[in-house]
Design a protein around this ligand. Structure first.
Ligand SMILES: CC(C)(COP(=O)(O)OP(=O)(O)OC[C@H]1O[C@@H](n2cnc3c(N)ncnc32)[C@H](O)[C@@H]1OP(=O)(O)O)[C@@H](O)C(=O)NCCC(=O)NCCS
Length: 164
């Protein structure tokens, strides 16, 4: 039986955060707007700053080793009660065992604590595992389309969970 522990990273966890985030960017470059090259150059202080701000970063430890990541950000002025889910990743060795689902569930709980009433996210075209995961948690496509800033040839779709 797999043991999965979801934990929020806090100031002081910068090294742990850097390690799993860079693994995610290296392993799934096509899934993210951010790039490995840019974030690999971040200083230790920058990783700590990211943990000290308003973004909640959650890590999944599977059988004691970090194997998944997700982050929740508060909404902007236009949608103050809308949280954003970003940075979702599960190590390939741990996929298909419910870890992604547990991370999304924990992110949604955190969004509720932040007083959000809805949660949005973006998924690149063709990322069927991620689309299946988000749909299983009630997200639906809004029809709004965009492109990846890091590669404008890649299209992405906006998803919303409107009844958090
Ligand atoms: C998307 C991702 C996070 C899923 O993680 P996971 O731990 O394998 O997901 P889970 O095992 O928790 O599956 C959750 C749900 O998604 C569905 N799902 C997951 N992988 C799937 C796949 N390859 N094909 C079809 N459905 C899939 C499952 O059916 C499951 O539904 P259920 O809870 O109703 O049974 C993982 O594949 C990943 O990290 N991909 C690369 C990074 C990425 O694409 N991130 C998303 C950026 S928007």
């Amino acid at each position: 039986m797999t043991d999965v522990q979801i934990r929020r990273l806090v100031p002081g966890d910068g090294g742990r955060y850097r390690e799993i985030r860079l693994k995610a960017l290296a392993e799934s470059p096509e899934a993210f707007a951010a790039t490995y090259t840019v974030e690999a150059a971040f200083t230790a202080e920058r990783w700590e700053e990211r943990l000290a701000g308003g973004v909640t970063t959650l890590v999944a430890a599977v059988d004691g080793a970090d194997a998944g990541l997700v982050a929740v950000m508060p909404g902007g002025a236009e949608h103050p009660r809308r949280a954003h889910l970003v940075a979702m990743w599960v190590d390939p060795a741990a996929r298909g065992r419910g870890v992604g689902g547990l991370l999304v569930d924990a992110a949604l709980s955190r969004a509720r604590e932040m007083d959000a009433t809805e949660v949005e996210l973006w998924v690149v075209d063709g990322n069927e595992p991620a689309i299946a995961l988000y749909k299983s948690r009630g997200f639906t496509p809004t029809g709004v389309r965009g492109t990846l800033p890091s590669d404008p040839s890649v299209g992405e779709s906006h998803f919303l969970l409107a009844d958090l």
